[in-house]
Design a protein around this ligand. Structure first.
Ligand code: G
Ligand code: G
Ligand code: MN
Ligand code: NA
Length: 255
């Protein structure tokens, strides 16, 4: 991890690359979709992780053109895979800054129109904190996005301090349980983590929301999230983030 956040020059968007991490169904083991994760192929410093440049990009507002580009790139890629007989749901992280901007709705609409991707194949991932900032506005934005048929997931669930009542009154389809919960399993009594997971999954079932367990790194993690009844899972054990070219082979190898 870099000590100092790096500024992405305005003309460097074409140095961004997208890696895709499989999202796996726990009932069948099939890959249901992928999460797009951006990296910066820096000319001197190699491949940089998103946290080394996105925080600065968030402050400067540059995260908006970055995500606009990413929406186009990822919807095009998903449409291309679908045309090859590999329909994969595409998850894209949307920053708080972009979520509260007028332009998000248009950026999503344009990406869907130009790619021809069916809207229900696109999932926008929003953090608890970005919807908690302005709940009324969040509800309006989400209602418009939902009216296109786009899906919405709450990311990093369990790391924020949002009001649960407020959070679950929003039109969300999926809850992604933050990997810190599984990390904690190594330190705490594993039974406690299992109980928390089970409670979260029961809550999502009651609300008709799907659950994704993040950070599945070990067979023990996998056993816990299966036992708790999570619908989907993501993590190093199930598939690392990888370049687009590797996805078709990976998906077919686990089917
Ligand atoms: O890929 P990685 O583990 O390094 O991602 C680190 C963080 O960066 C994660 O919290 C992830 O949600 C975020 N991230 C990755 N790609 C994107 C992106 O394209 N846009 C935004 N806003 N965040 C991203
Ligand atoms: O915040 P978000 O959920 O979007 O973060 C995704 C990030 O988590 C990516 O940076 C990805 O590289 C990372 N990641 C994916 N799987 C695992 C895992 O099993 N363990 C850990 N520690 N990180 C993971
Ligand atoms: Mn995410
Ligand atoms: Na997350």
């Amino acid at each position: 991890r870099l000590e100092v956040a790096t500024r992405l020059r305005g003309d460097a968007i074409d140095q961004l690359v997208v890696h895709y991490q499989p999202v796996v169904r726990l009932d069948t083991g099939a890959v249901e979709g992928v999460e797009a994760l951006v990296r910066w192929q820096h000319p001197e410093r190699g491949l940089l992780p998103p946290d080394s440049f996105l925080s600065v990009a968030e402050e400067t507002g540059q995260v908006i053109p970055i995500t606009r580009w990413l929406l186009r790139e990822t919807t095009r890629k998903a449409a291309e895979w679908a045309a090859q007989g590999l329909p994969l749901r595409m998850s894209v992280n949307v920053s708080a800054r972009h979520f509260s901007a007028e332009t998000l709705v248009r950026d999503v609409r344009v990406a869907l129109r130009d790619s021809g991707l069916p809207p229900d194949q696109l999932v926008l991932e929003l953090t608890e904190t970005s919807v908690a900032e302005d709940p009324t506005r969040a509800e309006d934005q989400l209602t418009v996005l939902r009216s296109f048929g786009v899906r919405v997931a709450i990311d990093d669930f369990g790391t924020g301090w949002s009001s649960l009542a407020q959070l679950f009154s929003l039109p969300i389809g999926t809850l992604k349980i933050d990997r810190s919960l599984l990390n904690a399993a190594e330190r705490a009594v594993a039974g406690e983590t299992g109980a928390v997971l089970t409670a979260i999954v029961e809550l999502t079932r009651t609300l008709g929301i799907r659950s994704v367990a993040e950070g599945v790194e070990t067979p023990e993690h996998l056993r816990m999230v299966r036992e708790a009844g999570c619908d989907l899972a993501q993590g190093w054990l199930l598939g690392q983030p990888m370049p687009a070219e590797e996805i078709p082979r990976f998906v077919r190898s686990v089917q």
